[in-house]
Design a protein around this ligand. Structure first.
Ligand code: CA
Length: 226
């Protein structure tokens, strides 16, 4: 799971990022409101940890604009202030959870678990497209009676394509989702994993294909293979 941390205090941002990485989350940091919003709008994050007091745009405005764009990514709001008014404002603006600074590591991790679990319940535990079913808990790709287990990276890539049925997903989106901002992975890493996925589709006899759109990205197609 990939988490975006929007926090302008570098030390706190790093502490939270380190904590998340210790617990096997991937974490990226945005230091202000506008870059936080831009990053969150890429759609590659499973949750956003959002400070309220931020340069550029405050946290309330970031989450409001995120929801305005139809993004349902769970948002955990952080604030140093404890007034009830802020809590209400945060929830009204579309935040899912509210955590008051200072908070313990355990509190933060518990909130994050609750948030990502809630998202899982909303989106069910299986993604389906054409004759394919992707079981999220086990990374198992199923077609009729046949199935194959996906590697973590294959799973992340196919999950992103299946969550956007019929839409084009760019190489850059896949690269960010799977390898992250700090990685020096190249476009052809995506190509390699797309070719692994195509082989696995064939292996389990699926009619689904991954179409390459030059300069644009990839798209799933349900039709029969020729
Ligand atoms: Ca702040």
């Amino acid at each position: 799971m990939r988490i975006l941390i929007v926090e302008d205090e570098p030390r706190l941002a790093r502490t939270v990022a380190d904590l998340l990485r210790e617990h096997r989350y991937a974490a990226d940091i945005a230091p202000d409101g506008p870059s936080g919003l831009d990053n969150a709008l890429t759609g590659i994050y499973d949750a956003v940890i959002l400070d309220v007091m931020l340069p550029g745009l405050d946290g309330f405005e970031v989450v409001r604009r995120l929801r305005q764009q139809g993004m349902r990514t769970p948002v955990l709001m952080l604030t140093a202030r404890t007034e009830v008014g802020d809590r209400v404002c945060g929830l009204d603006s579309g935040a899912d959870y509210y955590l008051t600074k200072p908070f313990s590591s355990e509190e933060l991790l518990a909130c994050l678990r609750a948030l990502t679990r809630r998202q899982g319940e909303q989106t069910e535990n299986v993604l389906a497209f054409g004759d394919l079913r992707l079981e999220l808990a086990s990374c198992l790709l199923v077609c009729g009676a046949r199935s194959v287990r996906l590697s973590r990276k294959e799973f992340e890539i196919l999950g992103m394509l299946m969550a956007r049925p019929g839409r084009v997903v760019s190489k850059e989106q896949l690269l960010l989702k799977v390898w992250g901002y700090e990685s020096d992975a190249e476009d052809n890493n995506v190509e390699v994993y797309i070719s692994f996925l195509r082989k696995k589709f064939q292996h389990i006899g699926s009619a689904v294909t991954i179409r390459t759109l030059r300069m644009l990205g990839y798209q799933l197609e349900a039709g029969r293979q020729v």
